[in-house]
Design a protein around this ligand. Structure first.
Ligand SMILES: Nc1ncnc2c1ncn2[C@@H]1O[C@H](COP(=O)(O)OP(=O)(O)OP(=O)(O)O)[C@@H](O)[C@H]1O
Ligand SMILES: [Mg+2]
Length: 228
């Protein structure tokens, strides 16, 4: 499934501050199996762009289409449903639910989709095993390390077998080894399932691990030759 972004602009309006133009006429296309590293300094608009791609923030101008479906042509309820089926989102702050244990957090997207609890649990446990957390399935987030929480968040983003995986700083606060493993998981999944993967990060460790790299600065997105 391919992703196409056309002439996308976004301005945050706020009564207290002057309008803030964050994205300015951005266009980009990615095919299934392609992986893009989205770079840019803090405040350059990476999370804004990711939220727009996830169907969570309506852009001021322009369009996003995934597999030929115009994301913002859908009514909000339809888009919510589409997002649950189509998008895997690893948030910048992992956003695990504190009262649920690891497997329940991973299985959450399935329970929204009405999957029976037994089936959700066995799929969640399988994924936790693949991220090396089989022994932590019953731990709540506060009982896990930062890196372990991030892996739970990645497992949760993958459980619905999404077509588009968006990961916002997935390696922030991980050490080099854990960061590399987290990225392996995302990239392996993208290759195996031929999905589109976009990773937003300013972590230099990620340079050289992506076929496509784009820099966001002053509202413009400029694609670079991938560094070897
Ligand atoms: N809800 C909002 N209302 C108004 N301005 C916002 C809002 N969210 C973000 N901004 C502004 O938009 C700009 C881009 O923010 P964004 O969070 O997209 O940056 P980022 O590249 O993800 O930064 P970081 O690397 O720190 O996560 C910033 O100047 C920020 O202050
Ligand atoms: Mg951000």
């Amino acid at each position: 499934m391919s992703l196409s972004i056309s002439n996308l602009s976004h301005t945050y309006s706020s009564s207290a501050l002057s309008d803030r133009n964050v994205l300015n006429d951005i266009s980009l296309s990615l095919s299934g199996g392609e992986q893009l590293l989205l770079r840019g300094i803090s405040g350059s608009g990476k999370t804004t762009l990711i939220n727009i791609l996830a169907g969570l923030l309506s852009p001021s101008r322009g369009s996003v289409s995934l597999g030929g479906q115009d994301v913002y042509a859908m009514a909000e309820a339809e888009r919510d449903e589409w997002r649950r089926k189509t998008i895997g989102y690893v948030f910048q702050t992992h956003q695990l639910l504190p009262l649920l244990n690891a497997w329940e957090n991973v299985a959450m997207p399935l329970s929204f989709a009405g999957t029976p609890r037994g089936e959700s649990k066995s799929r969640a446990l399988e994924l936790l095993e693949s991220v090396g957390l089989a022994n932590h399935a019953n731990n709540r987030p506060k009982e896990l390390s930062t890196g372990q929480r991030q892996r739970v968040a990645i497992a949760r983003a993958l459980i619905n077998q999404p077509e588009l995986i968006l990961a916002d700083e997935p390696t922030a606060s991980l050490d080099e080894h854990a960061a590399s493993e987290a990225l392996d998981l995302l990239q392996q999944n993208c290759k195996e399932r031929n999905t589109v993967l976009i990773v937003a990060s300013h972590d230099p460790l990620l340079n050289g691990r992506f076929e496509r790299v784009a820099d966001l600065a002053y509202g413009e997105l400029v694609e670079k030759d991938a560094v070897a």
